[in-house]
Write a protein that binds this ligand. Structure first.
Ligand code: C2E
Ligand code: MG
Ligand code: MG
Length: 577
C-alpha cells in the first residue's frame, strides 16, 4: 500500500481480510521504501493513494515499472480528478477507485489478481516453449537453433576480424554407449558440456548439436593461428579423465574448424564446413583439429552418398551372403559355415563388410541388415540340413550395436520359427565388447538366446579386453581365436604361448576352440598340435556362394564315403576348374 495514513491502510487491510484469507501488506510512503518493498518479496498487487506528502501515484507507477515486475496497480484515493485518473490509466494503472468504495474495490482486486495469474501462466508456458525450442534438455546448453541465430547475428555485424565455428565430436563415443549403456553415456555428455563451458569465453557460444556433438563459436581472431590455438585449448579440456561413479573415462575429441572469412556466409554453411573438417580429423585418428579445405567436401559427400545407397540396398536386394566353411581339425571334414555379408553396389562393385558394416552400425541400419542376414542364413542352413547334412552349423555375426538393441532374442526366435532350423546348429558370434558391458541385460539376453538351444561364440577372441572368467560367467560355448594370432603363431614365440594358454584353459572350461584365419600348413600343424577343435581360413577355403558350398558338401559326401579325407587346399581348384 502506497499510503501515508496508517489508519486508512489498516482499514483497507481489515476489509480485504474479510473477503479473502492470508492477506499481508506493507505500507510505504516514499519511492525508496516502495523499491525496497518490491524487491523484498513477490507482491500480488499495489494499491496506491494518489497524493502523499512527498510521493504520488504516478511516481509510484514509475517505481513499479522500473523494478520490472508484472504486478497490477490500482489507485485508491479520496481526491482524484478524472484527468489524473485517465493519466494514471494511460501510464499503466489498472483502475482508479474512490476511497471507501469497497463495493467497487473488491471485484477490481479479484479481477486483477486473476488477470495477473493468467499472464504469469502464459509467460511460464512461453518460457518453457522457448526453452524447448532453443535449449538442449540434457546439458541445458543452447541447441543448434539458438547457435545459428546467434552466429548469424554476430556475422551480420560487419566486423573486420574473423570468427570461427568449431564442430566437436567425441571420439568412439558410440562404444561407451554400447558398452556401458545410455545412462552413463548421458551423464558423460553432461559432464563434457560443463567442462567445455569453462573454456568458452562470455562473448563466444557453446551449443550441443545432438548425441556427442557440440559446436563452439568464437569471434575476434587475427588469424588462423589464433583460431587453431583456441581449438587446442578446447581439446585440453579433455586432458583430465571424466569420472562416473567408480569408473574413469579418458575421452578425446575431434574438432573441425571453419573460418568466417572463407568457409561460408552464414552459420549453416560454416557448420557444414566445420563438420566436414571434423570428419577429416577423425580419419587422421581422432583427438586432433583440422581446418576446412574445399577438397574435403568431396569425401563427406561420398560418405553421404554411401549412406543413402545403403538405406536402399536391402530393398533393392543388393546384399548377398557368402559362406566360409570351417572344418574339423583332425578329419578335415566341413563341420559348419559362417555367413558373411557382401554388398553388390551397382557402381562400386562388390563391397566387403568392413566397407559398410561400421556405417550400418553408426546409422542404426544394422538392425534391419542383421535381421535379414539371420533369416537368410537360417533358411540356407535348413536347406543344407534337409539335403543330407543335418549336423552342419551356421554361424552368424551379431555386432555390439545389434546386441544392445532390445528385441534381439525375439528376432532370433522368429528366424528359427520361420525357417524351422534346428536351433542347436545356429551359432551367434558376438565380440568381447558385448561381454565387457557387464550388465544384467547382457545376461538376460544371452540366457534368452541360449534357452532356445542356440550356441554363443566369441569372435576375434584376444583382440578385446575380456578375460576367461567372463566366458564362464556368461556360459559361452565357442571361442574363435583371432586371425592376428594365427598369423603369428609360427613366427612369434609370444603369440604361440598365448594361443597355447588360451586353448589349454578353454579346453579345461569345456569350450570349443576355432582357429580363424589359418593360411598355411605350418599354422594348421601348430593348432592341431595344441588341440584346437576347428579351423577356418583361406587354407581350407575362403568364403563362397551357397551354390559352391552345396557342391563342396556333395563332394565331401562322396570323398568321406570312399574313406578319403578331403584335402582342403584342393577344394578351390576342383571348384574353379
Ligand atoms: P569375422 O567374423 O571375424 O569374419 C572373418 C573375416 O576374416 C572375414 O572377412 C573373412 O573373409 C576373413 N578371413 C577368413 N579366412 C581368412 C584368412 O585365412 N586370412 C585372412 N586374412 N582373412 C580371412 P570379411 O568377410 O571381410 O568380414 C569382416 C568382418 O565383418 C567379420 O569378421 C565380421 O565381424 C563382420 N561381418 C561380416 N558379415 C557380417 C554380418 O552379417 N553382420 C555383422 N554384424 N557383421 C558382419
Ligand atoms: Mg565372425
Ligand atoms: Mg573373426
Amino acid at each position: 500500500m502506497v499510503e501515508d495514513s496508517e489508519d486508512d491502510a489498516y482499514l483497507l487491510y481489515s476489509e480485504l481480510s474479510k473477503a479473502m484469507s492470508g492477506v499481508t501488506y506493507v505500507r510505504v510512503e516514499t519511492s525508496e521504501e516502495m523499491l525496497a518493498a518490491l524487491s523484498d518479496s513477490d507482491w500480488d498487487i499495489v494499491i496506491s493513494d494518489h497524493s502523499l506528502p512527498s510521493f504520488n501515484s504516478l511516481e509510484a507507477l514509475g517505481v513499479l515499472k522500473e523494478c520490472g515486475k508484472d504486478i497490477p496497480f490500482i489507485i485508491y484515493s479520496g481526491k482524484i480528478s478524472k484527468h489524473v485518473a485517465v493519466a494514471a490509466m494511460n501510464s499503466g494503472a489498472q483502475d482508479a477507485i474512490p476511497k471507501g468504495d469497497f463495493a467497487r474495490l473488491m471485484p477490481a482486486i479479484e479481477r486483477e489478481l486473476l488477470g495477473a495469474e493468467v499472464r504469469r501462466a502464459k509467460k511460464l508456458a512461453n518460457d518453457e516453449a522457448h526453452k524447448v525450442a532453443f535449449y538442449d534438455s540434457l546439458t541445458g546448453l543452447p541447441n543448434r537453433n539458438l547457435f545459428c541465430n546467434y552466429v548469424n547475428q554476430k556475422l551480420s555485424l560487419a566486423d573486420t576480424r574473423a570468427a570461427a565455428v568449431y564442430y566437436l565430436d567425441i571420439d568412439r563415443f558410440l562404444r561407451i554407449n554400447s558398452c556401458f549403456g545410455p545412462k552413463i553415456g548421458d551423464d558423460l555428455i553432461a559432464q563434457v558440456g560443463q567442462r567445455l563451458q569453462e573454456c568458452v569465453p562470455e562473448e563466444g557460444m557453446l551449443a550441443r548439436l545432438g548425441s556427442d556433438e557440440f559446436a563452439v563459436y568464437l569471434g575476434n581472431f587475427i588469424g588462423d593461428e589464433q583460431a587453431y590455438d583456441a581449438a587446442e585449448r578446447i581439446r585440453q579440456a579433455f586432458a583430465r579423465p571424466f569420472v562416473q561413479g567408480a569408473l574413469e573415462f579418458e575421452l578425446n575429441v575431434s574438432i573441425g574448424i571453419a573460418v568466417s572469412s572463407r568457409n561460408g556466409v552464414d552459420a549453416a554453411e560454416m557448420l557444414i564446413c566445420a563438420e566436414t573438417a571434423m570428419f577429416q580429423a577423425k580419419t587422421l585418428g581422432g583427438n586432433t583439429q583440422q581446418f576446412y579445405k574445399p577438397e574435403l567436401g568431396i569425401v563427406a559427400r561420398e560418405k553421404l552418398l554411401l549412406e543413402s545407397a545403403l538405406r536402399g540396398a536391402l530393398a533393392r536386394q543388393e546384399l548377398v551372403l557368402e559362406y566360409q566353411p570351417s572344418a574339423n581339425i583332425v578329419t578335415g571334414e566341413m563341420t559348419g559355415v559362417e555367413a558373411l555379408v557382401r554388398w553388390c553396389h551397382p557402381q562400386l562393385g562388390m563391397l566387403q563388410p568392413d566397407d559398410f558394416i561400421p556405417l550400418a552400425n553408426e546409422i542404426g541400419l544394422i538392425l534391419e541388415i542383421g535381421a535379414w542376414v539371420l533369416l537368410t542364413a537360417c533358411r540356407q542352413a535348413k536347406y543344407w540340413h534337409d539335403a543330407g547334412h543335418p549336423e552342419l552349423t551356421m554361424a552368424v555375426n551379431v555386432s555390439a550395436v545389434q546386441f544392445w538393441q532390445p528385441g534381439l532374442a525375439q528376432t532370433v526366435f522368429q528366424a528359427i520359427a520361420d525357417t524351422g532350423i534346428d536351433p542347436r546348429c545356429l551359432e551367434l558370434e558376438i565380440t568381447e565388447a558385448v561381454l565387457m558391458r557387464n550388465a544384467d541385460s547382457t545376461i538376460t539376453t544371452l540366457q534368452a538366446i541360449k534357452s532356445m538351444g542356440v550356441r554363443i561364440s566369441i569372435d576375434d577372441f584376444g583382440t578385446g579386453y575380456s578375460s576367461l572368467s567372463y566366458l564362464r560367467r556368461f556360459s559361452i560355448d565357442i571361442l574363435k581365436i583371432d586371425k592376428s594370432f594365427s598369423r603369428d603363431v609360427t613366427r612369434d614365440v609370444a603369440s604361440a604361448s598365448i594361443v597355447k594358454a588360451i586353448s589349454a584353459l578353454a579346453h579345461g572350461m569345456g569350450l570349443v576352440t576355432v582357429a580363424e584365419g589359418v593360411e598355411t600348413e605350418e599354422q594348421l600343424d601348430f593348432f592341431r598340435k595344441h588341440q584346437c577343435d576347428r579351423i577356418q581360413g583361406f587354407l581350407y577355403s575362403a568364403s563362397r556362394s551357397a551354390t559352391d558350398i552345396t557342391k563342396m558338401l556333395g563332394m565331401q559326401g562322396r570323398a568321406s564315403g570312399a574313406g578319403v579325407r578331403l584335402l582342403s587346399s584342393r577344394v578351390g581348384e576342383i571348384l574353379t576348374g
